[in-house]
Ligand binder design. Structure first.
Ligand SMILES: [Zn+2]
Length: 295
């Protein structure tokens, strides 16, 4: 992927190093729980019927009772020689250009989200999160949260390496932002309050996640048309990532807790299918996962 063709966004906020400002220990003694550990915990929760977040919370409480979570957000830019941050800024920049264009064509205005780079832990309007949470989007503050160590985990644990795989993850989170702007997220909130089924196969959360995958595909299509930046193997990287990983999930109502990604994203085959659907034509109206009979 020729990612340097992307325009650098001004909306990346470098909050790395803000965590544990009072000298508190970071989650897991400074390294964060690995994804493997999370998968295990989620698995244990699933088997025992315990809420994985509760288990995580207990662990966090034991390991990390002293660390103050970051509450202030400074608008700091990443240093210019930071290649990883540069990559994130260029991908985000292109999501802005792409969605600006798509919204304009529909007679709407796109308001770009901020992307918070963090390490260790961070507070969002949706609650506190750690590296172990994985990337997520918080509708309440309209920000994407990303700890780039997730990309290393993706590559090492799940064999989902490659720059376009990473771009797909960012585009998926931005997809959640697009859902918020389009009112999808608030409709889901309303449906939740009416007691509609959220979890499980065919539930609204899965549909929401698959739509974000489809919107990532829409972005990829339109970005490619403008920038011609894909290289052989890039789409396979994204599909491989869609197949291999879960990303964020954050939708507990009320205090809006951040919940580690678990089983709400749909199956691997569904994720691949919806990314492909969005990518094939680059049209948002292809992404109606909510009325799709079969996902
Ligand atoms: Zn998601």
């Amino acid at each position: 992927m020729l990612w340097k063709k992307g325009r650098r966004s001004d909306n990346v906020v470098d909050a790395r190093g803000d965590s544990g400002g009072g000298g508190g220990m970071r989650f897991g003694g400074g390294k964060g729980l690995s994804l493997t550990a999370i998968v295990l915990i989620v698995g244990i929760g699933w088997i025992t019927g315990q809420d994985p977040m509760q288990i995580l919370g207990q662990l966090a409480g034991q390991m990390d009772s002293s660390a103050p979570a970051t509450s202030q957000t400074q608008t700091r830019q990443a240093p210019a020689n930071d290649q990883e941050a540069e990559f994130v800024a260029r991908i985000l920049g292109d999501t802005e250009d792409t969605w600006n264009q798509i919204f304009q064509q529909a007679g709407r205005q796109y308001a770009a989200p901020k992307l918070m780079l963090f390490s260790g832990r961070i507070n969002s309007a949706c609650g506190g999160a750690t590296s172990a949470t994985g990337p997520f989007y918080c509708p309440a503050d309209q920000r994407v949260y990303l700890d780039m160590s997730f990309f290393k985990e993706m590559a090492q644990r799940f064999g989902a390496a490659g720059d376009f795989a990473q771009a797909y993850v960012i585009a998926h989170e931005v997809g959640h932002h697009v859902q918020t702007l389009l009112g999808v997220s608030s409709k889901i909130q309303a449906a939740r309050q009416q007691g509609q089924r959220m979890e499980g196969d065919g539930g609204l959360l899965v549909r929401q996640e698959l739509q974000a995958d489809c919107l990532a595909g829409v972005w990829a299509n339109n970005a490619q048309k403008r920038l011609n930046w894909l290289e052989p193997g890039d789409i396979e990287e994204a599909l491989n990532a869609a197949n291999a990983i879960g990303d964020d999930r954050l939708q507990q109502q009320g205090q809006g807790r951040v919940v580690p990604d678990s089983f709400t994203h749909g199956t691997s085959a569904q994720r691949v299918r919806w990314f492909k659907t969005g990518f094939a034509q680059g049209q948002v109206n292809q992404c109606d996962t909510f009325s799709a009979k079969s996902l």
